[in-house]
Design a protein around this ligand. Structure first.
Ligand SMILES: CC(C)(COP(=O)(O)OP(=O)(O)OC[C@H]1O[C@@H](n2cnc3c(N)ncnc32)[C@H](O)[C@@H]1OP(=O)(O)O)[C@@H](O)C(=O)NCCC(=O)NCCS
Length: 152
């Protein structure tokens, strides 16, 4: 990915940097509520750029979406994808996911998604992810199940 990749509607993708963390935490809390990551979790992800690939979507001068992936030797995991509600349904989530998959190179990619999150599961299915299992009570504090999806 170059420094700013256009994705349409005046939105660009850029590498996530530490200075974006404050703005992203506002989105994180809005999108994931009590299951949101802490600022410390996000900062420690960004401190490991060799294995992590984090990207933001910028629209109208603000962060409107973000996504992250960890790549191991032979496998990668999508760790997070989120788009601000007012910016959803315009292809930003797709662009973020496509960027992660490019970073994953040819690795098998795995992810967990809430069993009740149909929109996210549709997005992942469009990119070739298939359900391979379920983790009961994976999300806390809600106790919601996760569906494990994989893309080979
Ligand atoms: C899941 C999520 C990331 C998707 O982001 P998004 O930006 O809305 O994704 P897209 O716009 O690429 O795709 C969403 C829908 O818009 C449609 N769409 C994409 N571009 C479009 C366009 N230009 N015009 C009309 N529709 C469009 C897609 O086909 C898709 O349709 P579907 O709902 O029938 O599958 C977003 O809903 C989100 O952040 N949800 C809350 C957080 C979350 O659940 N994250 C996932 C955790 S595992």
């Amino acid at each position: 990915m170059s420094d700013a990749t256009p994705v349409g509607s005046g939105v660009t993708l850029e590498p996530m940097r530490v200075e974006h963390v404050g703005e992203i935490m506002v989105l994180e809390t809005e999108l994931f509520g009590p299951e949101a990551w802490t600022e410390g979790m996000l900062r420690s992800e960004l401190a490991d750029p060799d294995s992590r690939h984090y990207v933001i979507a910028v629209g109208a001068g603000s962060v409107v979406g973000y996504a992250g992936l960890v790549a191991y030797d032979d496998e990668a995991h999508v760790l997070t994808v989120g788009v601000l509600p007012g910016w959803q349904g315009q292809g930003i989530g797709s662009a973020l996911l496509a960027d992660l998959l490019e970073a994953a190179d040819a690795r098998r990619v795995l992810l967990e998604v809430r069993a009740d999150n149909a929109a996210a599961q549709r997005l992942y299915a469009r990119y070739g992810f298939r359900p391979i299992g379920r983790r009961r009570g994976y999300y806390q504090p809600s106790g919601a199940d996760a569906v494990v999806m994989a893309r080979d």
